[in-house]
Design a protein around this ligand. Structure first.
Ligand code: C2E
Ligand code: MG
Ligand code: MG
Ligand code: MG
Length: 279
């Protein structure tokens, strides 16, 4: 009888699984062509000092304009790229080059220098050549290393897959800043902060969104801010959507804020008019 039920399950789920696998496969195939066909672009979101209102950084976020399917969010295509060998490394390296080119263009336009932060995936850090690649880009675009920041998740730092953490150390030694993205949601071990001192902690949105409604989330945010202060790290709250949340963060001396309250990620032209002014 169990067997019969099992067979029933297979019959029920197989078409659904097939459909999903097919969709993923199509997405992967289209993604391979996306760079060459100029369908990828970077949007930019400012990081603001809540005390002064000054911009203290900018995060580059990847966007895919699919010719038929429209705008596909990174949450849908990055996992696909990560599953398929070198695809994520290729796309990730394209992101860094594009971000460096944008930083150079803004310097050339004599906008105030603002640190450019890029998200880096484990696929990129698996590559032996990654630190040398980044070094080459800094030279090519004549960028001071500390104008570039790489956002890594805790799981990347903790996984020593093929020397990934050694490469993070190399990148840090070049003078590039390292931020821990989605801080508080990964491994609970904090020992890496002792072994690989980083520059910035980005408090995960899941805590920030609940600051006003959940005392535990508020307490965790306060604790992370205090810890960052003690360790002399910058601390940024992600996902700030309203004034009350910002007020809480100002009161608790959070150094930086990022979120829809200030701006969604926007195209370069919009970013320039909104955050560098017209001139
Ligand atoms: P992340 O690095 O933690 O980026 C923050 C995400 O939160 C972005 O989503 C951003 O648009 C969104 N966000 C910003 N402010 C708010 C807010 O106030 N409220 C809410 N609800 N969301 C906000 P996005 O652009 O869809 O990216 C999602 C994730 O995809 C990123 O999370 C990052 O992990 C990954 N990602 C994006 N671009 C890249 C990339 O170039 N390379 C890699 N490896 N990953 C990327
Ligand atoms: Mg990020
Ligand atoms: Mg994040
Ligand atoms: Mg993330």
């Amino acid at each position: 009888q169990a067997k019969a039920r099992g067979r029933g399950c297979i019959q029920f789920f197989a078409p659904e699984m097939n459909r999903r696998a097919k969709e993923r496969h199509e997405l992967e195939k289209d993604l391979r062509a996306a760079i060459a066909q100029d369908q990828l672009s970077l949007y930019f979101q400012p990081q603001i000092s809540p005390g002064t209102g000054q911009m203290i950084g900018v995060e580059a976020l990847l966007r895919w304009h699919h010719p038929q399917k429209g705008l596909i969010p990174p949450a849908r295509f990055i996992p696909v790229a990560e599953d398929s060998g070198h695809l994520m490394a290729t796309i990730g390296n394209w992101v860094i080059e594009k971000a460096c080119a944008q930083a150079r263009a803004w310097l050339d336009a004599e906008h105030p220098a603002v640190r450019m932060s890029v998200n880096v995936s484990i696929a990129q850090l698996r590559d032996d050549e990654f630190p040398a690649y980044v070094e080459k880009l800094l030279q090519l675009y004549r960028l001071p290393a500390d104008l570039l920041q790489m956002e890594l998740t805790e799981s990347i730092i903790m996984s020593d897959i093929e020397g990934a953490t050694e490469r993070v150390g190399k990148i840090k030694d070049m003078g590039i800043h390292i931020a821990i993205d989605d801080f508080g949601t990964g491994y609970s071990s904090l020992s890496y902060l002792k072994d690989l001192p980083v520059h910035e902690l980005k408090i995960d949105q899941s805590f920030v969104h609940n600051i006003l409604t959940d005392v535990n989330s508020a307490a965790i945010v306060q604790a992370i801010i205090r810890m960052a202060q003690s360790l002399k790290l910058r601390v940024i709250a992600e996902g700030v959507e309203d004034k009350a949340t910002m007020d809480f963060l100002v009161e608790n001396e959070c150094e930086g804020v990022q979120g829809y309250y200030f701006s969604e990620p926007v195209m370069p032209a919009a970013f320039e008019t909104q955050f560098f002014g017209q001139g």
